[in-house]
Design a protein around this ligand. Structure first.
Ligand code: PNS
Length: 162
């Protein structure tokens, strides 16, 4: 059984994340989408809200599980007996941070491999932070997030232009 973990903040899930999840399900039997419990980042959505959105948006996708974790990613992975981390890389600028994390995770747990996946080209500029900012300022992000996320943004931020 090939299990991969796709960790992140997912505040909120974007179409770019969803694209990576879909691609990962073609490679692995189980893809565990793992939401980091990190209130320090002042998230817009709580961890249960983020998990619920991911569950709704991945409904019908084979092999997807949604969990949350705190502490070290490698410890969470040990608990699942998973050895593959999936991360999406959009541009070269992502690479330095991702390389550091991948090597640190390997240092902490030599059995862990990180694979970097490329999203569809139309999502290479999509980031949760930008999506929230553009939405707050009244920009149209309806093509960048799944419909349940758009509804949740409307409910949370009360912007009605999109
Ligand atoms: O979506 P993000 O915020 O870029 O995801 C970052 C994440 C969750 C992958 C990373 O912060 C993480 O794995 N945090 C858990 C703590 C940990 O294991 N830190 C050491 C990894 S180098």
């Amino acid at each position: 059984m090939r299990i991969a973990v796709y960790p992140g903040s997912f505040d909120p899930l974007t179409n770019g994340h969803l694209d990576i999840i879909r691609r990962a399900t073609n490679l692995f039997d189980v893809v565990v989408v793992a939401v980091l419990e990190n209130e320090g980042k002042s998230p817009l959505f709580t961890v249960p809200e983020r998990m619920e959105l991911i569950l709704r948006c991945t409904d019908g996708m084979r092999g997807v599980e949604v969990r949350s974790f705190s502490g070290l990613l490698v410890d969470f992975m040990r608990g699942l007996d998973a050895t593959v981390v999936v991360r999406g890389i959009r541009a070269v600028s992502d690479y330095e941070y991702e390389l550091q994390m991948a090597l640190m995770n390997r240092e902490l747990h030599p059995g862990v491999e990180t694979i970097f996946m490329l999203p569809s080209v139309e999502y290479t500029f999509v980031a949760s932070r930008l999506v929230k900012e553009v939405f707050r300022l009244g920009g149209d992000i309806s093509h960048l997030v799944p419909p349940p996320v758009l509804d949740a943004l409307r409910a949370r931020l009360g912007v009605t232009t999109t």
